[in-house]
Design a protein around this ligand. Structure first.
Ligand code: ATP
Ligand code: MG
Length: 320
C-alpha cells in the first residue's frame, strides 16, 4: 500500500475537512500557496479522475500561474509516477487533469469549459474581480466541488474579502495565517520581514500581518499606530459609566468626492485618553452621522461642572 505523508502546519488543519468554500488570508510567507498546492496534489493522488483548475485573475502566461508550484509539490511528495507534465497542463492519476486559467478574459460562455471541475483554487485572490467571482461560483458545480482561495488582504471591499469574510457563506471554512504559523518560514523571508519592520513600519502590518491597507505610506500616524500595536498598547478598554464621553469630529462634506466625515468617541480616564468608538462615512449628509451617534446610544448633554471645556460637545452613553 502507498502511504502519502504530508506534514501540515497546524493552522491549516481545519481546511483538511471537506467544504464548498475554503479560504486562507494572511500576510506574506504564511504558507498559503504551499498548503493549497499540496492539498490539490494530494486530492488528485487520492481520488482518481479529479479535475482541478488553478485560477488567477490575470494570467497572461503560464509563468504567472501556480504550475511550477504544483510541479514542485508533485516532485517533493514523491508521486511523480502518477502525473504527466505538459507545457500547459498536468495529467493526474485516473484521467484526472490540472489546468491553469486566468479569469479576466473569460466570458459567461467561455467559462463553461470549467464546468465539471471539482476543485478550483484561486491564488492571489485579492485581485479577483467581483465579476470573475460571480462567473466562477456557479460554474464550479460538480458533486462535492470545492472552491479554495488564498490571498493577502488589501481592502474590506475587495470581492473575496466581502464574500468570504464579511458575508461568509454558511459552512465556509475561512482562516487567517501569518508568517509565525509557518514552520518552514525561510531565513531569507525572516530577514526581509525584519528589514520591513525597521525601515517601513507603516506598511509592515499590511504586508506581513495580513491587515488591510489602512494608511497610505507616509500618513501621519501610520508609523505610530504600528509601534503602538507592536508594543501591545492597542487592546480592549472598559468604559467608565461615570465619566463623560467626548466626540471628536473631523467634518467632511456630503459630496461623493468629499473627505470622510469621521467621529472618534473618547473617554479621558486619569492620564489616559481611551478611544472607545470610531465612525467614518463618505458623501453622506449630517443626519446620517447624527443617526449613527443615536443608534449607538450616545446622547448629547450639557455638563454644568467646572471640568467642562468650552466649545466641546459632550455625549453620554446610556449603559444598560
Ligand atoms: N508545506 C511546506 N513545505 C515546505 N516549505 C514550505 C511549506 N509551506 C511553506 N513553505 C516555505 O515557506 C515559504 C512561504 O510559503 P508560501 O509561498 O506558501 O507563502 P504565502 O503565504 O503563499 O506567501 P505570499 O503571500 O508571499 O504568496 C515558501 O517559499 C517555502 O519556503
Ligand atoms: Mg502565495
Amino acid at each position: 500500500m502507498f502511504i502519502l505523508k504530508i506534514p501540515t502546519a497546524k493552522v491549516f488543519e481545519p481546511l483538511l475537512a471537506p467544504a464548498r468554500y475554503k479560504g486562507v488570508y494572511g500576510g506574506r510567507g504564511s504558507g498559503k500557496s504551499h498548503f493549497f498546492g499540496e492539498l490539490l496534489v494530494e486530492t488528485c493522488q487520492a481520488e482518481r479522475g479529479t479535475l482541478a483548475v488553478c485560477i488567477r485573475e490575470a494570467q497572461r502566461t503560464l509563468a504567472q500561474s501556480s504550475k511550477r508550484l504544483i510541479e514542485s509539490k508533485i516532485a517533493s511528495l514523491g508521486v511523480g509516477s502518477g502525473f504527466k507534465l505538459y507545457s500547459d497542463k498536468i495529467e493526474a492519476p485516473g484521467d484526472g487533469l490540472v489546468i491553469f486559467r486566468g479569469l479576466q478574459d473569460h466570458t459567461a460562455e467561455s467559462i463553461k469549459s470549467l464546468e465539471g471541475f471539482r476543485i478550483a483554487w484561486i491564488d492571489e485572490a485579492q485581485t479577483l474581480s467581483a465579476r470573475s467571482l460571480a462567473l466562477l461560483r456557479p460554474t464550479i458545480r460538480a458533486n462535492n466541488s470545492e472552491l479554495g482561495a488564498s490571498w493577502n488582504p488589501r481592502r474590506k471591499s475587495d470581492a473575496i474579502d466581502d464574500f468570504l469574510r464579511a458575508r461568509k457563506p454558511p459552512g465556509a471554512i475561512v482562516i487567517s495565517a501569518n508568517w509565525r504559523d509557518n514552520p518552514w518560514f525561510p531565513a531569507v523571508l525572516e530577514e526581509e520581514r525584519r528589514a520591513d519592520l525597521s525601515l517601513y513600519a507603516d506598511r509592515y502590518d499590511h504586508i506581513w500581518e495580513g491587515d488591510y491597507v489602512r494608511a497610505f505610506e507616509g500618513a501621519y500616524f501610520a508609523e505610530m499606530l504600528s509601534q503602538a500595536r507592536a508594543q501591545g498598547r492597542i487592546g480592549k478598554v472598559s468604559a467608565d459609566p461615570l465619566l463623560p464621553l467626548r466626540a471628536f469630529i473631523n467634518i467632511g462634506g456630503s459630496g461623493a468626492t468629499a473627505d470622510a466625515f469621521t467621529i472618534w468617541i473618547v473617554q479621558w480616564v486619569g492620564t489616559e485618553i481611551r478611544v472607545r468608538d470610531y465612525y467614518e462615512a463618505v458623501g453622506l449628509v449630517l443626519a446620517f452621522h447624527v443617526n449613527w451617534l443615536r443608534s449607538r446610544g450616545y446622547r448629547l448633554f450639557e455638563p454644568k461642572s467646572c471640568w467642562a471645556w468650552p466649545n466641546t460637545l459632550y455625549w453620554r452613553k446610556c449603559i444598560k
